[in-house]
Design a protein around this ligand. Structure first.
Ligand code: GDP
Length: 424
């Protein structure tokens, strides 16, 4: 039985959530395998418009089981608020359609605090963290200073472990940053109000996935952010603190032996980037404002205006290779309809030499875009459902991406709604 991963090719915000929401029609299980609530997927379907942060995007489909794997940064506070929010909008979230890995470490209240303190210390050298505690969380995971969701089953042990961690973390919070410690009382409140609330959803999801696989169920692995934000291979240090690549999905999902048949790399028709760091094809001024408005490029979590730029074929090719994509979904093609001529970054110029290769992070600061302008199509394409019905210039634009990426484009998205899709 073939399984699928839906992953980002660029900096994130490519429209993975809308692709997962669409592709769940052919899958039984959706697993989030890395990252936390620090980014957001926006999903528009027959039930409404939703911003998801940690919950898998299969949560809207009846009969689909959603799993939060051991690789995620499980923030009980944000998760519980997200569950309540969806329930208030009529979406059912129960232990039947949401399962949380008992091996997922919990993101603790001091992780958010520490993230904010460190960004403040860095001042103008900051990385643009969303201050959701993700970097401190993953650092602590690798130091094994964590408490797992499954430990909630043993309340006395859980509290003792939390208290030991609190004492340890206080060395950093008050010792290094001079901040107030997290009090034992507030931690008890957090445990009661959030952590214990998620316990009914916690189980051995590895076992569940193994059994489901045996029973012939199809699994979809959902990534957060994109290849350029991967901790090992992305634009260090402007990456996230987890692995955003499809190759990590089996580990972070809790099914290390799984073979993923199809890797759908989601590519936006132009570039966007949230936070700091090199962004070679970035646009500025009025040109950027117009594209930002046309694409509604504001962060789903923070509301921050996203940096926008031309389609970057160099970065896209790099991302496609890192992801091992077997097919691409090009999203937001409709957004470019207002442009008479569309700028595309075809190569980089680094130290006066042109290159197709994505440079080592240190050299990226010096890279300049080589821009080629291609013809726009100048009409609304949002109702088009067949590739051959797209204007010739729009077809050519997609084919340009396909050739540069060396990977077939199997979907073209022309609107945020579930049905605004062209299958090739
Ligand atoms: P994700 O994190 O990769 O899922 O991406 P985001 O949800 O942060 O950003 C994608 C945004 O674009 C969302 O607001 C989607 O509703 C919207 N979107 C996705 N595909 C399309 C499309 O083809 N056209 C338009 N106009 N909007 C789209």
């Amino acid at each position: 039985m073939s399984h699928t991963a839906v992953v980002g090719i660029n900096w994130g915000d490519e429209g993975k959530g809308r692709m997962v929401d669409l592709l769940t029609e052919d899958h039984d299980i959706v697993v989030r395998y890395q990252g936390g609530g620090n980014a957001g997927h926006t999903v528009v379907n027959d039930k409404g418009k939703f911003a998801l942060h940690l919950l898998p995007s299969g949560i809207f489909r009846d009969g689909v089981v959603n799993v939060l794997g051991n690789g995620v940064a499980l923030d009980p506070e944000n998760l519980w608020k997200e569950i309540e929010d969806l329930r208030a909008k009529g979406i059912s979230v129960t232990p039947e359609n949401l399962k949380i890995s008992d091996r997922a470490p919990l993101l603790l209240p001091w992780h958010r605090l520490q993230d904010g303190l460190e960004e403040a210390r860095l001042a103008d050298k900051k990385y643009g963290s969303t201050k959701q505690g993700i970097a401190p969380f993953y650092s602590d995971k690798y130091q094994k200073k964590v408490v797992l969701a499954g430990e909630l089953r043993f309340p006395a042990h859980f509290r003792a472990q939390l208290e030991a961690l609190r004492e340890w973390k206080d060395l950093t919070l008050s010792g290094v940053y001079g901040a107030d410690p997290v009090s034992a009382e507030s931690l008890e409140e957090w445990t009661r109000d959030y952590a214990e609330k998620i316990l009914p959803f916690v189980c051995d999801t590895g076992e569940f996935l193994r059994e489901s696989e045996k029973a012939g169920k199809r699994i979809l692995f959902e990534a957060q952010l994109g290849a350029l934000r991967d901790l090992d291979f992305g634009i260090v240090p402007y990456t996230t603190s987890s692995n955003t690549l499809a190759a990590y999905a089996p580990i972070g999902a809790g099914l290390p032996s799984v073979r993923i048949g199809e890797v759908i790399g989601v590519v936006k028709s132009y570039s966007t980037c949230v936070g700091e760091g090199p962004f070679v094809s970035e646009m500025f001024g009025e040109e950027a404002d117009r594209l930002r408005e046309a694409g509604a490029e504001y962060g789903a979590k923070t509301g921050r205006p996203r940096r926008v730029g031309a389609m970057d074929l160099v970065a896209t090719r790099f991302g496609v290779r890192l992801q091992g994509a077997t097919g691409l979904a090009v999203t937001k093609l409709d957004v470019l309809s207002y442009m008479e001529k569309i700028p595309v970054c075809t190569r980089y110029r680094v130290r006066s030499e042109e290159t197709d290769a994505f440079p080592f992070p240190t050299l990226l600061d010096e890279a300049e875009p080589v821009i080629r302008e291609v013809p726009g199509w100048g009409c609304d394409i949002s109702a088009v459902r067949r590739f051959e019905d797209l204007p010739k210039a729009a077809q050519d634009y997609v084919l340009l991406i396909e050739r540069a990426a060396g990977c077939p484009v199997t979907y073209v998205s022309v609107g945020p709604e579930r049905e605004s899709i062209i299958r090739r």
